[in-house]
Design a protein around this ligand. Structure first.
Ligand SMILES: Cc1cc2nc3c(=O)[nH]c(=O)nc-3n(C[C@H](O)[C@H](O)[C@H](O)COP(=O)(O)OP(=O)(O)OC[C@H]3O[C@@H](n4cnc5c(N)ncnc54)[C@H](O)[C@@H]3O)c2cc1C
Length: 389
């Protein structure tokens, strides 16, 4: 039995074991997907070649959810092509975001009547101009893959009778042709430019097109609430495939230390928790608040039940049934800035009612960090107090 204080990390790139090397933008996308996928199985990132194999396997097995962690943004300067994408918008499971630049931008989005229009780009004087007139379209790798699949299966009406081979080639090239094969024929390339540096976009564009991923280490009650936010992508450690008693998974059931359980001597953070009568730990525990003893006993009983069921031949996916809400888990959550703002409003700012203290324990510091990084998107949000009795 082991306890951990919950935490979060905004996943910056490159991933940990790539720090010494420069990755291409395609390799970064592959790493982002790999990172999420490995969360499920609690496995470690390996060489780039292994990451590419994993990426391909995910596609072959149609485990597309993990592809949602890679984001591809294009500037498209072609009216027919953009019209075609706009027609597909809404048919796709999650739309390819397309920007409009007018004063009613926020209002329109929030009223759900986003109009897709051509307007000349306004160029931020502090940033170099990237185009004269264009449409910015972004989607995660799954959206792009399913877009082409649906298009080829004629689920998307090709009312514009348009040849998408050059767009397909642009998406393929952006992933070193691991996501999509090179098309057999490619029509003369229209102006399709990949944008890898989001700071070249305006703030309004970044609000829609920029996404970031956060890895949370928290309990399963926290993640159950988090996954109710529907415009996100998630990858969570599996209780089906991860056997907590295998050495590489820690060899015991991991729990989260709840902020409202009093733990004056940090008993819950002991490396060795020996609950036997007369043990040093037990002597210390017996001096503590009664609620702490009740809590610890519940955890010990759950761990014992889990271990016993495994001993009787249950699989981890069956034995998990006895584990409590405060079992530790890891989850990666990816969303665009617009959805993160919604998450912060509900889960850090009490917009619709008091959020759970354990939710705010992570979301409030995350919001504070996000306000520094993306002032234009979150600067005006005021985090709520975390109330603990
Ligand atoms: C303080 C608090 C208490 C809560 N208590 C409970 C509870 O007791 N029981 C419970 O079941 N839940 C509870 N929830 C969860 C809550 O009901 C929502 O499911 C959750 O907060 C997600 O909010 P959302 O739907 O606004 O956001 P998201 O799921 O992130 O959706 C974002 C936006 O996408 C659009 N959208 C997404 N899906 C649809 C759809 N299917 N149809 C139409 N529009 C859609 C909407 O515009 C929505 O605003 C609670 C949440 C909070 C913050």
């Amino acid at each position: 039995m082991k306890f951990e204080v919950p935490s979060y990390k905004i996943l910056e790139l490159p991933v940990d074991n790539d720090t010494a090397t420069e990755l291409s933008s395609a390799e970064l996308l592959i790493r982002q997907v790999e990172q999420a996928a490995r969360t499920c199985y609690k496995s470690k990132t390996g060489e780039m070649a292994t990451a590419k194999t994993m990426f391909k396997n995910l596609i072959n097995k149609k485990h597309y959810a993990m592809l949602e962690f890679g984001n591809l943004i294009f500037r498209i300067e072609d009216k027919d092509l953009t019209d075609c994408l706009l027609a597909a918008n809404g048919i796709l499971p999650r739309c390819l975001y397309t920007d409009v630049r007018n004063e009613k931008f926020y209002e329109d989005r929030h009223e759900g009547n986003l109009k897709l229009t051509y307007t000349p780009l306004t160029v931020d004087p502090k940033k170099p101009p990237i185009t004269n007139a264009a449409c910015i379209v972004s989607g995660n790798l799954r959206e792009w893959l399913e877009f082409f699949e649906n298009f080829e299966n004629t689920k998307i009406p090709n009312q514009y009778n348009i040849d998408l081979s050059d767009l397909k080639d642009a998406v393929g090239a952006a992933t070193d042709y691991l996501l999509l094969d090179k098309p057999n024929h490619i029509r003369p390339r229209r102006k399709i430019t990949q944008i890898t540096d989001v700071t070249l976009l305006t703030d309004a564009e970044r609000f829609i097109h920029e996404r970031f991923t956060v890895r949370f280490i928290a309990d399963r009650a926290f993640t159950h609430e988090l996954v109710r936010m529907r415009r996100c992508s998630f990858a969570q450690e599996s209780q089906r495939y991860v056997n907590y008693f295998i050495e590489k998974n820690g060899g015991n059931v991991p729990f989260i230390k709840p902020l409202f359980i009093k733990d004056p001597e940090n008993l819950m953070l002991y490396d060795e928790i020996d609950m036997a009568e007369g043990s040093e730990f037990r002597k210390l525990l017996d001096k503590q608040d009664k609620s702490l003893r009740v809590f610890m006993k519940a955890c010990v009983d759950a761990e014992t039940a889990y271990m016993t069921l495994l001993y009787y031949g249950f699989k981890p996916e069956e034995a998990r049934t006895v584990l409590p809400n405060n079992t530790r888990t890891e989850i990666c959550c990816c969303a665009n800035l617009e959805e993160w703002r919604h998450i912060f409003e509900l889960r850090a700012c009490d917009k619709t009612g008091p959020a759970h203290p354990q939710m705010k324990e992570l979301m409030v510091p995350l919001l504070k960090e996000a306000k520094e990084k993306w002032k234009f998107a979150f600067g005006d949000l005021i985090p709520a107090e975390i109330e603990v009795k």
